[in-house]
Design a protein around this ligand. Sequence first.
Ligand SMILES: [Zn+2]
Ligand SMILES: [Zn+2]
Length: 273
Amino acid sequence: MNSVRVVVLADNCASARAARGEHGLSYSIEIGGRRALFDTGQGLVLAENAQALGLDLGAVETIALSHGHYDHTGGLPVVLAAARAPVTVHLHPDALQPKYNGTRAIGIPPAARDALAGPNIRLVQSRGPGEVAPGLFLTGEIPRPHPEEALAEIFHLDPDGQSVDPLLDDQSLYFDTDQGVVVLLGCAHAGVVHVLEHVQTLTDHRPIRAVLGGMHLGAATPARLEWVIGHLPRLAPPLLVPMHCTGPRAAAALWTAFPAACRPGGAGAVFDF
Ligand SMILES: [Zn+2]
Ligand SMILES: [Zn+2]
């Protein structure tokens, strides 16, 4: 199987000398000689971090979006302005809905919406799973059978808080390696255990080799945290990289429960598979 390189382009923390942090998440994935991005962060640090890390944003052919929050989509104009060839952008249609945290708009920012309507874009909307580049897959909507892992934080589709956003657009990215599947999370609003169970279904129960990304457990109750940590050993990822919105209490609990598996993430972190 091909080797795959994942570089964290944006995260809440930075771990390379010249990289900077922001509240956001973006990964570069080099697979089969092609470059894809999973999410684009807010866009505050994307161009600088790419330059500092020696990554050519102009070579990006594919962008997959985990969901329609600003901290994952705001960097779209930066990437699309740098692109030398048309870029294919994959997203769930609900990512385009207006999204609010209280009265604050947290959906795809206006400049990123404009960029998505540009002439150098091929927009692919899908609710189901699919291959976005050779060997690179989006999960599509995540089934959520466990009530223990219901949405950890409630956002809305309107500023008056009338309709709850079920965040059906939340999806993760994965690729297979000879030692198992690597899963890249956006915010895992659907729940990290739900995500991993769905990936196992999609891959005919391949072992999970690594889980990187945001787990959105900052507002999780101790009971939920305990439930998640209780379910992870069964899924047994030998590499666990909590980033972005995992939250300090949850990250500390994960590092304590799985000291051999946990590694730091942060902008500039490089993972070779
Ligand atoms: Zn989010
Ligand atoms: Zn986020």
